[in-house]
Design a protein around this ligand. Structure first.
Ligand SMILES: Cc1cc2nc3c(=O)[nH]c(=O)nc-3n(C[C@H](O)[C@H](O)[C@H](O)COP(=O)(O)OP(=O)(O)OC[C@H]3O[C@@H](n4cnc5c(N)ncnc54)[C@H](O)[C@@H]3O)c2cc1C
Length: 571
């Protein structure tokens, strides 16, 4: 049995939410232990490192962009819906410039300035600020003044997420936070009153001879596994067996536990149960996104919501000319204005068009797509474009011919094209309200189409991640009980919890929510420990002494952790 010192706060999971919680708890005087089933980083380190922020950040000012907390709120209210209360969303918007300041104070670099003149889902290395959501698209632009809020961490290519996490890791460690990697938490320890006082885990000792191999295999499969999980399944299984053979049980005690163990996109059973429409998408994240943290919270007395909400990323741009086509379903009906954020457009396709869709282009736009690649794309985007522009498209001399090649209803497609062209030519505009600057007449053939369906190709997957989780008190991050009140000593953050992005994700909103909710949980957890130390009214002196020494004897063993809780809650 691995035993350690007793801590004030134990954090389960070391991604953006866990790091924010650990730093905030340490800043509030807590002794913090972080346990991570991997080496730390999670989906955060694999991410694009976009942080959604506004309300007048220094980076927005540097580019001459005006924004305010009210304006940001007006936009986000439409994205966020009922995921959090108005008061919480307001606080999120009001604190937004300071959140970027907080990150910078922890060494995370940002750069403001002008945004690119074209729409993109991820900027090239010339830009670190951009319109990362639906700000300029119908109907969102009718409700708030568009402002660029995608703050990308300064780092080349797709390394922004890694830099974001490593800076936070370094800061946490410098504050005395203890980090135990390869430690998988499987059970909460509660006292007879149901208060959470620690965790049980299994960890691969760092001195074990297989750790080097484990580390090498993990590194080799991380990024590839993120985009093409099927390709590295065997190696991931080998890595898992190395861990399984070496892992030893351990316990850690604390006054509070923060669950920050990510989402559940890799839990196929839960996906089948909660989000069957999204089973065809490619899971985005790490093997740790199996819902373990959420299951721990449910076992501890919490409940879940928004579990059926998944963000499915079908980005068309870059190149931006890809937005100039018409997206249609199998019946030829228009899916939506193509300048919507890729996941918003993808959500309409997944929910209302059975996950099947195509985008149709005329010859002029197809040429334009090719011409823009050099200026508008990153290397990782070019690999996918290579597929689309070589074998991954259909071509026909007529609209009806293109419909036939794809199995689209030709009458429906013809109607959509005619209505669209009539709107543009008459000056009435696109019936779907696409930005006029990227809504040219669909002119002469040959015509081209790309298949944007969920299962279109191994080389053109729709990746996605889950947005639901444990219901928390929005002032403290404490895990709520369905019957009322909270589970004493238990907090949740990031994709373990319902948060700002739980209804709708736009680029940067998940990490911004992880930081917001992680800091909130860390501060509350530290405050709870402070309250326990200052006043023994919550615990008897005897029990306090036992907790303080890690020798608590009267621990009620909770039900053993289930990988799939029977009925985690309302969704
Ligand atoms: C390729 C990619 C690009 C993305 N780009 C962006 C972006 O630019 N902006 C944005 O906002 N969002 C982005 N996202 C989404 C975003 O990265 C995640 O939603 C977010 O980072 C989740 O953070 P988290 O702290 O909740 O979880 P994670 O960062 O996944 O951290 C959870 C940690 O918990 C650990 N863990 C799991 N189970 C256990 C257990 N039982 N015991 C101990 N530890 C455990 C895991 O090993 C992991 O390290 C992207 C995601 C991906 C995959």
């Amino acid at each position: 049995m691995l035993t350690g010192t007793r801590y004030d706060v134990v954090v389960v999971g070391f991604g953006a939410a866990g790091a924010a919680a650990a730093i905030e708890a340490a800043d509030n005087g807590a002794r913090v232990l972080v346990l991570d089933r991997g080496y730390g980083g999670g989906a955060t380190a694999l991410s694009g490192g976009i942080v959604y922020a506004g309300g007048g950040t220094e980076e927005q000012h540097a580019g001459g962009y005006r924004d305010s907390a009210d304006n940001m709120f007006a936009y986000l209210r439409r994205e966020v819906g009922d995921a959090v209360s108005e008061a919480t969303l307001r606080r999120f918007c009001e604190q937004s410039p300071a959140m970027i300041g907080w990150l910078k104070a922890h060494g995370v670099p940002f750069r403001g300035g002008q945004v690119s003149s074209y729409k993109t889902s991820y900027p090239t290395d010339s830009y670190y600020l951009y319109y990362s959501g639906n700000e300029k698209a119908h109907p969102y632009a009718d409700h708030a003044q568009p402002a660029p809020r995608g703050h990308r961490v300064v780092a080349p290519g797709m390394s922004s997420g890694r830099v974001l996490f490593e800076r936070l890791r370094a800061s946490a460690v410098s504050k005395g936070v203890t980090v135990l990697p390869l430690a998988r938490v499987h059970e909460l320890i509660t006292d007879e009153d149901g208060a959470v006082i620690g965790v049980r885990y299994r960890a691969m000792p760092l001195g074990h001879p297989d750790v080097r191999r484990h580390s090498a295999l993990t590194k080799a499969t991380g990024k590839v596994g993120n985009w093409l999980p099927g390709l590295v399944k065997g190696v991931v299984g080998r890595t898992e067996r190395l861990w399984e053979r070496a892992a030893e049980p351990g316990e850690a005690y604390a006054g509070a536990v923060v669950l920050a163990a990510g989402g559940f996109i890799h839990n196929r059973e839960w996906m089948r149960q909660y989000a069957p429409a999204f089973l065809g998408i490619s899971p985005l994240g790490t093997a740790g996104d199996d819902g373990a943290g959420i299951a721990l919270g449910v076992d501890g007395g919490g409940y879940t919501a928004k579990m059926g909400n998944v963000t499915a990323w079908r980005f068309l741009a870059p190149p931006s000319a890809f937005l100039e086509g018409l997206s249609v379903g199998v019946d030829g009906r228009r899916i939506a204005n193509e300048d919507l954020y890729g996941a918003t457009h993808g959500d309409v396709m997944m929910r209302c068009f059975g996950g099947a869709g195509w985008v149709v282009y005329d010859a002029r736009t197809w040429r334009k797509v090719r011409a823009q690649i050099g200026d508008q794309t990153q290397l990782f985007q070019r690999l996918q474009l290579l597929h689309l522009l070589t074998v991954g498209h259909e071509r026909a001399t007529s609209i009806e011919g293109l419909a036939a090649k794809n199995g689209i209803d030709p009458t429906g497609l013809r109607r959509t094209v005619d209505e669209y062209n009539a709107g543009i030519l008459s000056g009435a505009g696109d019936p779907a309200h696409k930005d006029p600057e990227i809504a040219p007449v669909l002119g002469r053939g040959p015509y081209y189409s790309i298949n944007i369906s969920a299962d279109s190709s191994l080389f053109y997957p729709i990746p996605g991640l889950t947005l639901g989780g444990l219901v928390v008190d929005e002032d403290t991050g404490a895990v709520k009980r369905r019957a009322g009140g909270v589970v004493p000593g238990l907090y949740a953050a990031g994709r373990n919890a319902v948060g700002i992005c739980s209804n709708s994700y736009v680029s940067g909103l998940s990490i911004a929510d992880c930081l917001f909710s992680g800091r909130r949980a860390g501060a509350s957890a530290a405050a709870r420990m402070g309250a326990i130390s200052a006043c023994s009214s919550t615990l008897s002196d005897e029990k306090h002494a036992e907790i303080a020494t890690g020798r608590l004897t009267s621990v009620r063993r909770p039900r053993s952790r289930r990988s799939t809780p029977g009925s985690p809650g309302r969704n």
